[in-house]
Design a protein around this ligand. Structure first.
Ligand SMILES: *Cc1c(COP(=O)(O)O)cnc(C)c1O
Length: 393
């Protein structure tokens, strides 16, 4: 059985492109061209160059000595937090802006919840001199003021979504409406491995640079390309998809996806999508999502804005149902404690999203000689106020 996408755009039974007819031309243009464009030597060369000189890749694979000692196992941290703009999201937006250029687009739209993807998109639009419109729920605009300011500073226009709950899914609706009205000159940059085919696959391929680097970095340090475990947090699933990518078919490498349990799986305030979700359609793909019995999408909750998503990408839905990856849910409290611990053991303040994956060590016992790679998806600067309020530092 394969764990990667098939030629029809499905991971097992998940994926596909469930979109309004008016979007067919936009999606078809991407479906027909994305693999070919990504395979062009000039595309690869420009992508690699920007990842190196602009993003700062390769990101280090750091052996966390004190953390390893504490948990009596070998822990490596893949330092995506050191990328320009502070997380893995820039890998994808660089790839997609180059894709948009090759398709002759001059205008970029995106939606954002916490604002991290909006900032990564506004950044590459400034870099490439593209018009940039970011849709964001009115409530999120109020909650995420620093990121809104960043986007504006970078030259983007931030348009509030005023309908519904005025959060991420309403911003998504606005972005889709915009795209339907501007099919010729506009590219829609989706920020995770979600959305209609080919987005999940395209985003996974752009993020796959993470596991590509882990392979040779680990070879240099441990003499093997294969860790025993790769661990990553999952919101939509892009940093995990990138960290897992080159290990998907290698079942000797255990994959662990960490979701946000919020205040607890059964508390009604959670974002543990795989565990709590049922099959449904969100954002144009068939996947697992949290919904009521009559199919209304349930509001997710997590202390980390980046994991606060009601669905999970189709790759992860398949990794979950097939059992290829182990899914673990971590509460707000466990994540915050793990974030403080990493700060004080290693001098690295992680994003709260990432702190969820670091809490794994209180859930699972590893062997002394296990090699564990944790994808450190982002830095915690954006979350400082949250940490400070939580710990009353
Ligand atoms: C956005 C974000 C996530 C969650 O998104 P994925 O697509 O699941 O990777 C995780 N960590 C950080 C730091 C983020 O900014």
């Amino acid at each position: 059985m394969g764990y990667n996408i098939n030629e029809k755009g499905y991971y097992g039974e998940f994926g596909g492109a469930y979109i309004p007819e008016m979007l067919y031309p936009n999606i078809e243009e991407l479906q027909l061209n994305y693999l070919q464009i990504m395979a062009e030597p000039s595309f690869k060369a420009e992508f690699d160059q920007l990842l190196k000189d602009y993003v700062g890749r390769p990101s280090p694979l750091y052996f966390a000595k004190r953390l390893s000692k504490k948990y009596n196992t070998k822990i490596y941290l893949k330092r995506e937090d050191l990328n320009h703009t502070g997380a893995h999201k820039i890998n994808n937006t660089i790839g997609q802006i180059l894709m948009a250029q090759r398709l002759g687009k001059t205008r970029i739209i995106a939606e954002t919840g916490a604002g991290q993807h909006g900032v990564a998109t506004a950044t590459v639009c400034a870099l490439m001199n593209m018009k940039c419109i970011i849709y964001m729920g009115e409530i999120d605009i109020a909650r995420q003021a620093p990121n809104v300011a960043r986007m504006k500073m970078l030259g983007a226009e931030v348009r509030p979504a005023l309908s519904g709950s005025r959060t991420l899914k309403d911003a998504t609706n606005e972005a889709i409406r915009d795209w339907i009205n501007n099919p010729v000159d506009t590219h829609y940059i989706i920020g995770s491995v979600v959305g209609p085919h080919p987005y999940p696959d395209m985003v996974a391929r752009f993020q796959a640079v993470i596991s590509e680097e882990i392979q040779w970095q680990l070879k240099n340090k441990e003499g093997t390309t294969k860790p025993n475990y790769v661990i990553a947090c999952v919101g939509g699933g892009s940093n995990a998809a990138g960290a897992f990518y080159h290990y998907l078919e290698d079942i000797n490498v255990n994959l662990i996806a960490v979701e946000a349990a919020g205040k607890g799986i059964n508390s009604g305030k959670s974002a543990a999508t795989s565990v709590l979700g049922r099959e449904g359609i969100i954002h144009g793909s068939k996947t697992l999502l949290m919904q009521t019995n009559d199919g209304q999408i349930t509001e997710p909750y997590s202390i980390s804005a980046g994991l606060d998503y009601p669905g999970v990408g189709p790759m992860h839905a398949h990794l979950y149902t097939s059992g290829r990856a182990e899914f673990i849910s971590i509460t707000d409290d466990e994540a915050m404690t793990a974030g403080l611990e990493l700060s004080q053991l290693e001098g690295i303040i992680p994003a709260i999203e990432t702190s969820h994956s670091l809490a794994i060590f209180n859930h699972k016992q590893f062997k002394t000689d296990d090699i564990i790679v944790i994808n450190l998806s982002g830095r915690g600067d954006k979350d400082l106020q949250n940490y400070i309020d939580y710990f009353k530092i």
